[in-house]
Write a protein that binds this ligand. Structure first.
Ligand SMILES: NC(=O)c1ccc[n+]([C@@H]2O[C@H](COP(=O)([O-])OP(=O)(O)OC[C@H]3O[C@@H](n4cnc5c(N)ncnc54)[C@H](OP(=O)(O)O)[C@@H]3O)[C@@H](O)[C@H]2O)c1
Length: 186
């Protein structure tokens, strides 16, 4: 596969996590943050999404305008609107091929979660678009521990708490040293 030279293929992680890195209860999200789903839509539209089979189950459908690439070790798993793959390299390859076929100039593959998939793909990510929630749930699925010194962290916006949700903050973390090559011979 050949990606346009001027726009290098890039993987971007999109996540909402508590201060202690909890991202969900195992079957779904813990908070419904006003505006956050809209933000996720804007960040991901036109890109392939790499997600784990459990995250796919929690969403239950493909998100319009994006390709759902679902990692599973079950060779028999399929869903009509998803591309099933058995490892991260195959997921990246499927994403790159789809972007090229779209021909829209989009060059970002989104690492969409959940916890196992963030752990498998974070080394490839150049950017983390994070929603950080002012909470510390006692249990749940976590974003992997990562070296905060390796990332330039910029707080973009803070939003106040409201009915049923704590305050939360949008952060953009950019890797200080380039990530692992997405496609070794591109
Ligand atoms: N807050 C957020 O931003 C956010 C985003 C996404 C998800 N979430 C939450 O995260 C939770 C789910 O996360 P999770 O860690 O339990 O599950 P997950 O990462 O969504 O999916 C795990 C599944 O992916 C497959 N898998 C994992 N690693 C693989 C690999 N290296 N190769 C092939 N297949 C692989 C396996 O599927 P099989 O079992 O089929 O083999 C595994 O059971 C939910 O609560 C969800 O709501 C939160």
């Amino acid at each position: 596969m050949a990606i346009a030279e001027d726009k290098k293929l890039e993987m971007v992680c999109v996540v909402a996590m508590a201060r202690n890195r909890v991202i969900g209860d195992g079957t779904g999200l813990i908070w419904h943050l006003p505006g956050d789903l809209k933000r996720v839509k804007a960040l991901t539209m036109g890109s392939p999404l790499i997600m784990g089979r459990r995250t796919w189950d929690s969403i239950g459908r493909a998100l319009p305008g994006r390709l759902s690439i679902v990692l599973t070790r079950n060779a028999h798993w399929s869903a009509p609107e998803a591309v099933a793959v058995s490892n991260m390299e195959a997921a990246i390859s499927a994403g790159a091929d789809w972007l090229q076929a779209q021909g829209q100039g989009e060059h970002r593959i989104i690492l969409f979660g959940g916890g196992e998939i963030y752990a498998a793909g974070l080394d490839y990510c150049n950017v983390i678009e994070a929603t950080i929630i002012d909470a510390e749930p006692e249990s749940g699925v976590c974003f992997p521990a990562f070296d905060e010194n390796a990332w330039q962290d910029t707080r973009l916006e803070s939003l106040a708490s409201g009915e049923g949700h704590p305050a939360f903050h949008y952060h953009q973390l950019v890797r200080k040293i380039p990530p692992a090559d997405l496609i070794s011979n591109s």
